[in-house]
Ligand binder design. Structure first.
Ligand code: NDP
Length: 327
């Protein structure tokens, strides 16, 4: 491939994007040259592509996720023809990313695609699926088990939320989904939610640090006053895995739920997740944590031309499930 198509954030203030023909010489340093088969759109891509925030330089090819086939590698861990995944680190923010038919990535950021996932499935999961799986793993590591009671997933119709609902339901948990989308109740039930609550009821409006114990655990990609509500309503010894800020940054609480109920507030980070754990998460995503609903309603497939619209949709909380980008 002499030239290839790349979606480029040409300018960040004001944001200006276009699709360009690039050559391999324009790609950054890195040991592994990859022909990208699929990427996906995450909330962070919306921030980079629609607000220009988080872009460390321009012109930049955004796209924090990619999966494809190795074309050449100067690192002995990878050879031509290997199917690989690359997500996180500075991909799509400080290193040209996945919204491009070709990418060159440092070998230390590359993960061999596990058996049990196709390249397409790997990107239906992408960073959102990785984050959902890491959340479930950390909750269970801290003692969560199905017999303990309902687990709350907020932002349930989004990427992290949808996949967490399905993973937890498949593992035998009773899942309560918190969503702002009244028209997505059927979708959430299909993924495995047994109860659905409007997101407005899952917000701590009165800054009460303690309320009735309700949840055996929670997956929280929303943040802000929703996190406040969760912290105040976790059962004794329960944990919440907080990964996101779709609903806000600031959280006001006090020590009472921690010292009175022994709750755990777990931070979930996909970006700097150490490689040994990262590989474990992908192995679990390809095996016991692999969602059963990877196609149908969970996925919308787009091309580079539809990225601009998708960025604004994801920032407005309008996206359902996952948006897969076919290169
Ligand atoms: P999505 O946009 O797909 O999902 C977010 C969901 O949150 C929305 O679909 C919506 O669900 C809900 N939501 C949106 N706005 C609000 C609001 N104002 N108040 C309450 N709920 C809201 O994004 P992703 O799933 O890709 O990412 C979710 C969050 O997790 C983002 O903040 C992202 O940056 C973060 N993240 C963090 C990672 C990490 O490493 N820590 C990795 C991946 C993601 P509904 O309508 O159903 O309520």
């Amino acid at each position: 491939m002499n030239t290839f198509k790349a979606f480029v954030l040409e300018n960040s203030k004001p944001v200006q994007t276009n699709i360009q023909e690039w050559t391999v010489d324009q790609l950054p340093e890195g040991e592994v040259l990859i022909q990208v088969a699929y990427s996906s759109v995450n909330y962070k891509d919306g921030l980079v592509g629609h607000t220009g925030n988080l872009a460390e330089f321009t012109p930049l090819v955004p796209g924090i996720d990619l999966a494809g086939t190795v074309v050449e590698s100067s690192d002995p861990r990878y050879s031509k023809g290997d199917e690989v995944i690359a997500t996180s680190y500075r991909i799509g923010t400080g290193h040209h990313g996945g919204f491009s038919e070709m990418a060159r990535i440092p070998a230390d950021w590359v993960v061999e695609k596990p058996e049990g996932l196709t390249l397409r499935e790997a990107m239906i999961l992408g960073t959102a699926g990785f984050t959902a799986a890491l959340s479930v793993m950390q909750l269970e590591k801290n003692g969560l088990a199905p017999e303990q009671g309902p687990v709350l997933v907020v932002g349930a119709s989004g990427g992290v939320g949808s996949l967490a609902v399905n993973m937890l339901s498949n593992r035998g948990y009773q899942v309560t989904a918190g969503t702002g989308k009244d028209h997505e109740h059927e979708y959430l039930k299909k993924l495995g939610a047994t109860e659905i609550i409007h997101r407005d009821e899952l917000v701590d409006k009165e800054n009460k640090s303690i309320r009735k114990s309700k949840w055996a655990g929670a997956v929280d990609p929303v943040g802000g006053k929703t996190t406040q509500y969760i912290l105040s309503s976790l059962s004794y010894g329960a944990s919440v895995a907080t990964s996101g800020l779709a609903g806000g940054l600031e959280v006001e609480t006090d020590v009472r739920p921690f010292i009175g109920r022994g709750i755990n507030w777990l931070g979930i980070d996909s970006v700097q997740c150490p490689m040994p754990l990262r590989k474990q998460v992908w192995q679990r995503l390809a095996s016991d944590l692999k969602p059963t609903s990877l196609e149908d309603e969970l996925v919308a497939e787009i091309g580079l031309q539809q990225l601009d619209q998708t960025f604004s949709d994801i920032l407005e909380g309008k996206v359902k499930g996952r948006v897969l980008v076919k290169l």
